[in-house]
Design a protein around this ligand. Structure first.
Ligand SMILES: NC(=O)c1ccc[n+]([C@@H]2O[C@H](COP(=O)([O-])OP(=O)(O)OC[C@H]3O[C@@H](n4cnc5c(N)ncnc54)[C@H](OP(=O)(O)O)[C@@H]3O)[C@@H](O)[C@H]2O)c1
Length: 296
C-alpha cells in the first residue's frame, strides 16, 4: 500500500502535520499538504520537499471538499490552543464530514490523552467529542494518542523554562512519570498506520517511545547537555491564566495512571527516540552565537 494513494495532511505547516508530511514523503507517498496560507515559508518548504500544497480552512467545508478530492487517506489534527475547545470540535467534525463525502479509505486522527472521559482536561474531552462524531460516519478511522511531546522540553514555542521545568513539577511533582514521544516519531507512526488500514482501522493507539519522570528528564538533560535545564519561576496562577487547559492537564498527571507501555510504539518505529536520544540530538546542534551557558 505504501505510496500508492494520495494522503491529505491537515495542519501540515504545524508540528504534527509537518512531521506526518515528511514521514509520508520519505515513504514515497504522494502528499497534499493543507495550509490556510500556502504562500508562507513553512508551506513553501513543504512544496520544496515534494508535497502538493493547497489552501483550505477547517472552518470552510467547501474548501475541505476541494482539498480532499481524490484522496485515499487523511491525517487530521486541530489545535485548541489557537481555535478554542469548541473550535477544535467544530473543525475536527468538519474534516471528518468532508472525508466521508470524499469517500476516503482511512482517516487518522491526531488525538491525545487516555481515551477516558472525566479527566477534567478540556482538550481531552473535546478530542473525545471529535472521535465520537467520527465513529458515526462509517469511515475507517485510527486514533493516535500521544501524551507529551519531547518538544515540550526543547522547543522555545513551548517555553520549557517556565512550563515543563517549572510549572509542571510545581503542579504534579518531579516524580510524575510521563509518556514521551517526539513529533518526528509521531509522524513515522502515522505513516505506518496509513499504510496498513486493515491492521489499524478501528483502533486507538496510546503512543510513547519512553516513559520518564520529570526528575529523570532533568537528570538526563544535565548529563547530556552539561547543565541543568533553565528554569523560569513563573507564578503558577499566572501560567494558569494564559494556559488553563495545560495547567489542568499537568495537574491531572499528578494522580492519573500514566502507564503507557512503549513497546507497542517501538514495535512500529523501533528506533523512536528515547528522552536521552532526543536531548543528545539537541546537544549535537551548534549553539547560537552569544547564547548563555549555565542553568538556573
Ligand atoms: N504539546 C503536546 O505535548 C501535545 C501532546 C499530544 C497532543 N497534542 C495536541 O496536538 C495538537 C496541536 O498539534 P500541533 O502541535 O501540530 O499544532 P500546530 O503546530 O499549532 O499546527 C497546527 C496547524 O494547523 C493549521 N491550522 C490552524 N487553524 C486552521 C484552520 N482553521 N484550517 C486549516 N488549518 C489550520 C495551521 O496551519 P496554517 O496556519 O498554515 O493554516 C497550523 O500549522 C493539539 O490538539 C494538542 O492537544 C499536543
Amino acid at each position: 500500500m505504501v505510496g500508492s494513494g494520495l494522503v491529505v495532511v491537515m495542519g501540515a505547516t504545524g508540528r504534527q502535520g509537518g512531521a506526518v508530511t515528511r514521514a509520508l514523503l520519505a515513504d514515497g507517498w504522494p502528499v497534499r499538504a493543507v495550509s490556510r496560507r500556502p504562500d508562507r515559508r513553512a508551506a513553501r518548504a513543504l512544496a520544496a520537499a515534494g508535497a502538493e500544497v493547497v489552501a483550505a480552512d477547517m472552518e470552510d467545508p467547501a474548501s475541505l471538499d476541494r482539498a480532499l478530492a481524490g484522496a485515499y487517506g487523511i491525517y487530521s489534527v486541530q489545535n485548541p490552543m489557537t481555535c478554542g475547545l469548541e473550535g477544535e470540535v467544530r473543525q475536527g467534525c468538519n474534516v471528518g464530514d468532508a472525508a466521508a463525502r470524499a469517500g476516503v479509505r482511512h482517516l487518522v486522527q491526531g488525538s491525545a490523552g487516555t481515551g477516558q472521559r472525566g479527566t477534567g482536561v478540556g482538550s481531552f474531552e473535546s478530542k473525545l467529542d471529535v472521535e465520537a462524531h467520527l465513529a458515526g460516519l462509517g469511515l475507517p478511522v485510527t486514533v493516535l494518542r500521544p501524551m507529551a511531546f519531547m518538544e515540550l522540553m526543547t522547543d522555545r514555542a513551548f517555553s520549557p523554562a517556565a512550563g515543563v521545568w517549572h510549572v509542571w513539577p510545581a503542579l504534579a511533582g518531579w516524580d510524575v512519570r510521563v509518556p514521551w514521544l517526539s513529533c518526528p516519531d509521531l509522524g513515522r507512526v502515522a505513516a505506518r498506520v496509513l499504510a496498513d488500514p486493515r491492521r489499524f482501522a478501528g483502533r486507538a493507539l496510546q503512543l510513547a517511545s519512553d516513559v520518564r519522570s520529570l526528575a529523570e528528564c532533568r537528570e538526563i538533560h544535565t548529563r547530556v547537555l552539561g547543565r541543568p535545564p533553565r528554569r523560569f519561576p513563573m507564578p503558577v496562577p499566572l501560567f494558569e491564566r494564559f494556559a488553563p487547559d495545560i495547567a489542568a492537564l499537568w495537574r491531572w498527571t499528578r494522580t492519573a495512571a500514566l502507564d503507557v507501555d512503549p513497546r507497542a510504539t517501538l514495535a512500529l518505529v523501533p528506533d523512536a527516540a528515547t528522552v536521552e536520544a532526543w536531548l543528545r540530538r539537541r546537544a549535537g546542534r551548534p549553539r547560537r552565537p552569544g547564547a548563555r551557558r549555565g542553568g538556573r
